[in-house]
Every structure is written in structure tokens, then in C-alpha cells.
Design a protein around this ligand. Structure first.
Ligand SMILES: Cc1ncc(COP(=O)(O)OP(=O)(O)O)c(N)n1
Ligand SMILES: Cc1nc(C(=O)O)sc1CCOP(=O)(O)O
Ligand SMILES: [Mg+2]
Length: 208
């Protein structure tokens, strides 16, 4: 199955007090991948929330990805996203098995992306493409990189960083498969608006 569509990423601060309601609203609108991103060290809460997300994802046939934490991903039988400082990919592929989705942050580097692909990444993520509320200091990437990536890479390409409904179209036109979004999806005033945004991202990607 080729990975293509909206990649919703949770944010513990942004979703405080409305976590499951907003995630469910996004799934209702259509989400290809859901990433549980929680940078805290509260292991008990992380396990509880990740289990709740796994149950929700099963209902909506969405694939769950855990940010940073391969052990938690293995425990739940789901995928993982690894950044450049989150450890090597190959042992995680061995731990999670060949069918697991493993993503790799490659910033604006095709070399990192080719290396990740050779180590068994399921997709590579480039970013950030725009100003990001969630991670303002992330290194920036541009559209030309996506053109190169389309030529050189044979795995799905994800774009991240400040993506909204107003700026996502050029990313799609330059061949992005996955649009990874925090604020542009979950920074909404109501669950209904989250669902509307998810549907609109899918329309941009021509996902039914
Ligand atoms: C889809 C996606 N792309 C990039 C990242 C960033 O990963 P990383 O560089 O490890 O930074 P943190 O998210 O861990 O702060 C991501 N999480 N997801
Ligand atoms: C987690 C993350 N990683 C990035 C990178 O460029 O690697 S940008 C980012 C934050 C994405 O959130 P928002 O959609 O609110 O900008
Ligand atoms: Mg990380």
C-alpha cells in the first residue's frame, strides 16, 4: 500500500482538555497516518494516551505512529517516527518487523533521505517548509528539494512544518505524498472545524 494522504500529529499542549475529541474529529475527516507526539517523560500517561489512540485508529482504519519511542511502538504493535538524534533506524526495523511503518526526519538533505531509505525507512520527512508554531527552530527546506526527491527516492515523501490549507497546494504539486500537520489541523476552534480541515486536506491530495 502506497502511503498518501493527511498525516495528523498530536500536540499535548495544543490538545489539552480536548485530546481524544479533536483526534476523533480528524479521523472522521480522513487521516492516513496519526502520529502521537508527546515530548514529556510521563511514561504512564504516554502509554495510556497511546493505547487510546491505537483503539481509535483501529476503528477508523488509520495507522498509528509513535514519535521518538521505538519501545512504546513495539509494545503497541504500531509504527514509529525517528529524527536524526533518535537513534539508528536499522535496529528499529529489526525490532518492529518488515511491515511496520518507520519514518525518518531528513530536514533538507537528500543524502540523509537516501541513507534512511537504504536502512529501511517507510517514508522520509522533509521540513520545515513554512513558519511553524509547533517547532519554530526547525531547519528550513524548499520546493526544489521535493523535485530532486521525486527523481531520486522510491519511497513516499512527507512534508512538515507550518503547513496549512492555504499553503499546502505547492507541496502537493511538487510531489509530496504525505502532508504532516499539527497546528494547521488541530489549531481549530471546534471539532467540526477539525473535521472540515481534514476533509479539505484530503481534497487537496485528491484522496477520496
Ligand atoms: C512526520 C514527522 N516529520 C518530522 C518530525 C520531526 O522529528 P524530530 O526531528 O525527531 O523532532 P521531534 O518531533 O522528535 O521533536 C516528526 N516528528 N514527524
Ligand atoms: C515536529 C516538527 N518537525 C518539523 C521538522 O521540520 O522536522 S516541523 C514540526 C512541527 C510541525 O507542526 P506545525 O504543523 O504546527 O508546524
Ligand atoms: Mg524525534
Amino acid at each position: 500500500m502506497k502511503l498518501r494522504g493527511l498525516y495528523a500529529i498530536t500536540d499535548s499542549q495544543l490538545l489539552a482538555g480536548k485530546f481524544l475529541a479533536y483526534v476523533q474529529a480528524a479521523l472522521e475527516g480522513g487521516v492516513t497516518l496519526l502520529q502521537y507526539r508527546d515530548k514529556s517523560s510521563d511514561e504512564a500517561r504516554r502509554l495510556r494516551e497511546a493505547e487510546a489512540l491505537r483503539n481509535l485508529c483501529e476503528r477508523y482504519k488509520t495507522r498509528l505512529i509513535i514519535n521518538d519511542d521505538a519501545e512504546l511502538a513495539a509494545r503497541l504493535g504500531v509504527g514509529v517516527h525517528l529524527g536524526q538524534t533518535d537513534g539508528p533506524l536499522a535496529p528499529v526495523r529489526a525490532l518492529l518487523g518488515r511491515d511496520a511503518i518507520i519514518g525518518s526526519t531528513c530536514h533538507a538533505s537528500l543524502e540523509l533521505a537516501e541513507q534512511a531509505a537504504s536502512e529501511g525507512a517507510s517514508y522520509v520527512a522533509f521540513g520545515r517548509f513554512f513558519n511553524s508554531n509547533t517547532k519554530p527552530g526547525a531547519p528550513s527546506a524548499n520546493l526544489e528539494l521535493l523535485d530532486q526527491a521525486r527523481i531520486k527516492l522510491h519511497i513516499p515523501v512527507c512534508a512538515i512544518g507550518g503547513i496549512t490549507l492555504d499553503n499546502a497546494a505547492p507541496l502537493v504539486a511538487h510531489g509530496v505524498d504525505l502532508l504532516a500537520v499539527v497546528h494547521g489541523l488541530f489549531g481549530a476552534d471546534s471539532p467540526l472545524e477539525v473535521t472540515r480541515r481534514a476533509r479539505a486536506f484530503n481534497d487537496l491530495l485528491q484522496i477520496k
